[in-house]
Design a protein around this ligand. Structure first.
Ligand SMILES: [Zn+2]
Ligand SMILES: [Zn+2]
Length: 142
């Protein structure tokens, strides 16, 4: 995953038409460092410890950044949200149906599948990006 400098993140906020605030920057810089989608609880926990931001503020900032298209919100049938930075690149995950294990797999292309889907589609001509979750049991849960 590409590394984002503080300047990159400031630019992202600006280009999304949002005002730059310390809290927004904290949320983005935290997500820029994690290697896979993290739960909203981990995010709240870490930001409270690290930057002393309370839960309501984290939730509010997540909503704002998500609406502005800077974050991707993923649901793994866990009953809670997971977030990652919206990189514009596809996101592929293996998700355990029994525990909280999620593994992001990089460098896989499903372009052929997308082409086939579009060929069958009556309503779509192209796609912009995608996220894909495959469910199963992780090695610890087999
Ligand atoms: Zn989860
Ligand atoms: Zn598992």
């Amino acid at each position: 995953m590409a590394l984002y400098s503080k300047e990159d993140l400031l630019m992202m906020i600006k280009e999304a038409g949002l005002r730059i605030t310390d809290h927004r920057l904290s949320v983005l810089s935290f997500l820029a460092k994690v290697k896979q989608p993290i739960t909203v609880y981990e995010l709240v926990d870490s930001l409270r410890k690290k930057d002393n931001i309370d839960q309501a503020t984290v939730y509010r900032n997540l909503d704002t950044l998500h609406e502005a298209g800077l974050l991707r919100r993923l649901d793994f049938n866990h009953g809670h949200a997971h977030y990652e930075l919206e990189t514009g690149r596809p996101s592929h995950q293996l998700v355990c149906s029994n525990c909280e294990t999620v593994e992001k797999i990089e460098g896989i292309s499903i372009d052929d599948t997308i082409k086939k889907m579009l060929k069958k589609s009556k309503k779509f001509k192209h796609t912009t990006t995608h996220s894909m979750e495959l469910y199963g049991l992780c090695r610890n849960c087999i």
